[in-house]
Each structure stands twice: as C-alpha cells, then as structure tokens.
Ligand binder design. Structure first.
Ligand SMILES: [Ca+2]
Ligand SMILES: [Ca+2]
Length: 128
C-alpha cells in the first residue's frame, strides 16, 4: 500500500497546493516513469502478490474466470475483455490462473517494452 501511495504522490506532486490540478497524459506518464524505476520496481512483487490475494475472492489460490471478471469490473474495465486477458494469463490452459501465472503476466505487462507481448491486454485493449 505504501508504494502505491508513493506512486500517486509522485504523480500528484503538483496537486498538493492546487485542488483543481489535473495531470495531463504526458505529465502522468513522465511521473509514472520516474517512480517506476525507483521504489516501485523493487516493491512490485509484493504489490502484485497482494493484488492476487484481492482478486482470489474465495481464497482457493487460483483466479477463476468469474473472479477475473470481477477484477476487471473493479477497475472499470469492460468485462467482455476479461476472457481474452484471462486466456493470456492462463499459460497452461487449465482454466485457472495460478499465483505464478498472474505474477508472470503482471510483471511482463508492467515492465516489458515488447509491443507483441502476450500480456499486452492484461488490463484490456488500448483504446483506439
Ligand atoms: Ca479463487
Ligand atoms: Ca493455469
């Protein structure tokens, strides 16, 4: 949680004295890039382990397709994109996402610069 707050504080540093401040897309990206290569990268495994626990609603150690839809819903991502993202994460195709599968996908999504990464739709497709 602390690291997530660090990220938002870095992004929102201009906002402290200005309640009406809105980050532009460029500001958001440059601030995110600045913080991503510092504490955020080191804390990422911790962060995504906790995310996994949050998305594994029934606590059985796997993210089911229904739980994945709930994860998309909680982020405001249209749930019709869930199945495709789920399929990319479920690398062994057993119909469930293990912690390792999730961590692999989330890490690749966050840090890979490969435009053709199978995990590029981890949070749904980019808007046109
Ligand atoms: Ca579960
Ligand atoms: Ca699997």
């Amino acid at each position: 949680m602390k690291h997530r707050v660090d990220v938002w504080e870095a992004i929102g540093k201009e906002a402290k004295n200005n309640e009406a401040y809105k980050a532009s897309e460029d500001e958001f990206i440059s601030d995110l890039l600045a913080v991503i290569n510092t504490t955020y990268r080191a804390s990422f495994p911790d962060l995504i382990n906790r995310d996994f626990d949050g998305y594994d609603i029934d606590g059985d150690g796997f993210i089911s397709p229904k739980e994945h839809e709930a994860f998309f819903y909680s982020w405001g991502i249209p749930t019709n994109y869930s199945a495709e993202a789920f399929k990319a994460l479920d690398t062994d195709g057993d119909g469930l996402i293990t912690r390792d599968e999730y961590i692999q996908g989330a890490t690749d999504f966050m840090f890979s610069e490969d435009e053709n990464s199978p995990y590029k739709n981890f949070l749904g497709p980019l808007l046109e």
